[in-house]
Design a protein around this ligand. Sequence first.
Ligand SMILES: Nc1ncnc2c1ncn2[C@@H]1O[C@H](COP(=O)(O)OP(=O)(O)OP(=O)(O)O)[C@@H](O)[C@H]1O
Length: 488
Amino acid sequence: MYRAGPRCSWPGFDSCSRPFTACLSRLFSPVSYLSLTRCRQHRWRCAEVTFTCSDGPLCQHWISSIREQLATITSRPKHLLVYINPYGGKRQGKRIYEQKVAPLFAQAGVSTHVIVTEYANHARDHLKTEAELEKFDGVVCVGGDGMFSEIIHGLIWRTQIDNGVDPNCPDETLSGCSLRIGIIPAGSTDCICFATVGTNDPVTSALHIIVGDSQPMDVCSVHHNNTFLRYSVSLLGYGFYGDVLTDSERKRWMGPARYDLSGLKMFLTHHYYEGTVSYLPARGIIGTPRDAARCRSGCVVCQHNGQLHSERAEKSDGEWRTIRGKFLAINAASMSCACPRSPKGLSPAAHLADGTTDLILVRKCSRFDFLRHLLRHTSKDDQFDLTFVEVHRVRRFRFMPRHCQSDSELELDLQENSKHQIFSQICRDHPACGCAPAYSSWNCDGEILTHTAIDVRVHCQLINLFARGIEEPCLSVDAHRIFHLETL
Ligand SMILES: Nc1ncnc2c1ncn2[C@@H]1O[C@H](COP(=O)(O)OP(=O)(O)OP(=O)(O)O)[C@@H](O)[C@H]1O
């Protein structure tokens, strides 16, 4: 089925739709091309237009000129390394790739080396050690957020080792990855794809890869006692979101409904956790977590702050600030974390590539107040405009749960907060006493971390995706781009 494509004209040619081509081809020289066309909700599709020309040499001249022009576009990938998770989401990864993506890559002249993963962490380990990265212009991940996480872990680790950087040292400045990453959504939630493309649609993602789009992205490194734990690009959540993930892992058999059930259970349980949060505020940047503006394609906040970070790389860190208290949730959102289930996200004004993360502290409050805060994630009201919620845009933060604090730190706490000291001391020494648990877990982009005391650092624009951020509707009049040309 061929649709009418974008309206444009080439001197000496007439445009027509494909069915007419067959009869015209005996008289004229038809040339067809595939280009991009924008549809609703950030989706892209291919449009085919056929031109006919009675002047054969003129036709050849056009074809060779266009081919030459296409060949000079160096941002377009020519060789891609593709990893497919056959078990992600509804187990459709292989079918999606073969039916929707591979034909487009073939038409665009992009060659691929495809690896269907055989076990969890197959892609990560292959990238870390075996993959001949110099042969490729990019890595494509067919799967969900878990699969994307595997890819960035493999690629970032490999880049550090190749550049002599110690990934275990939290103070090292990491080397940026030169290969761009494409995401073909085939998972359950596909938050990263949604946040960077604006839709979870395999064809749209494939077209962003083909035209060689580039979207930088910040990555947080998470360490414990000078040992690397994980990288995070979206949410690090302790307390509520950590408990929901831990509980939902025990209910995997239920499918996606487990998140709703665990969410309700953890809301009713209403656990709070004591600890100390220290953070380095982001200085000199533009933008705040309470802005009305959102991170969109060509974001000026990301450009300005990214530039600032690269200039300041060698300069001092600034002053740490410390907050002790009882928290229902401690969240660090490095992007809005918007997804089809939560269109606003945890931090609607967070940026993909500004070198910061939004640290959201929800202090101990009543169930009713916590519900008000949670409901505001789905309404127009500001979820941070509550007395028990604070949000800071930071470059680095540390968390120390109370049960891990040194005696001198606890002494300080006791002096500050003498009221329930006897009971809290008993609970710390005897966690099985039946009171609320002493500590939660960190939810790191959907994975549970093994440690609670962590040191988190944002690495500005460490990776690049084949994407361009979410486009504002007014940009959709932008010209189409040719990516395939054939003579009929
Ligand atoms: N061949 C495989 N067998 C088993 N597990 C795999 C395989 N390949 C990858 N995995 C693991 O499967 C996990 C889930 O994959 P993926 O993220 O693609 O889907 P999902 O969890 O359904 O989607 P989302 O993360 O968006 O919710 C990943 O953590 C990945 O490490």
